[in-house]
Design a protein around this ligand. Structure first.
Ligand SMILES: [Zn+2]
Length: 216
């Protein structure tokens, strides 16, 4: 391995951005490795220690506080008659056809969806949003906790969900459907529903974010 010849350009990186092959440099703080490829865990500055051949990412220090109008990705903690409680884990910076640019928050924020913010009528919110669902929503309040979230538009709502009977990932066939139970499992879904994509964000970034916080 001729690591001295490897040169990494220092720059600003976003979460999930490819940095280098793990066979050529050593992954340091603020990175993660998947299939021998090093990616950034944070939005921040990519640094390269050429002597040790280590790459690391220094996250931007300012505390990001979700505010009115921000798109967020959240996980449902509980769902009752009129209110669902969520933990907001990610701020969404933009979504295109193939790509979601997002920032993991330094810590999760508490959020709620009121039954009036579903964009559809139901007798009980837990018929359309269930514990464990991943939800794309928009913040409607400023600086009051829990933050109020609305999912009252076509693009907003559940973006990844598991079957409430057997736990299998639900696929979108017009409405959500469980191939194992061979039954629909109804939610207020987003037009962007994509189990792999959105569940993957939680699977990759959420636990590592926690671990990093606990170590520091
Ligand atoms: Zn099922």
């Amino acid at each position: 391995m001729t690591s001295k010849e490897t040169k990494i350009e220092e720059r600003i990186v976003v979460p999930g951005e490819f940095i280098a092959n793990a066979k050529t440099v050593t992954p340091g703080k603020g990175t993660y490795v998947q299939d021998d490829r090093i990616y950034s865990l944070y939005l921040g500055h990519l640094r390269f220690d050429a002597e040790k051949s280590v790459v690391y990412v220094e996250p931007f220090k300012e505390i990001i506080y979700p505010k009115r109008g921000d798109l967020v990705l959240a996980e449902v903690i509980s769902s009752g008659n009129t209110i669902a409680s969520l933990k907001i884990w990610f701020l969404i910076r933009s979504i295109s056809n193939k790509e979601i640019i997002f920032s993991p928050l330094n810590k999760p924020f508490s959020g709620t969806i009121h039954i009036s913010q579903l964009g559809t009528r139901t007798e009980s919110i837990n018929k359309l949003i269930k514990t464990g669902d991943k939800v794309l929503g928009v913040i409607t309040t400023d600086y009051t906790l829990p933050l109020s979230i609305s999912i009252a538009s076509k693009e907003l709502g559940v973006v990844a969900a598991n079957c409430s009977r057997c736990g299998a990932p639900l696929i979108k066939k017009g409405r959500l459907f469980c191939l194992t139970c061979n039954k629909p499992d109804i939610r207020k879904i987003s037009s962007l529903y994509d189990y792999e994509k959105f569940n993957g964000i939680f699977r990759i970034y959420k636990p590592k974010q926690y671990i990093t916080m606990e170590v520091e």
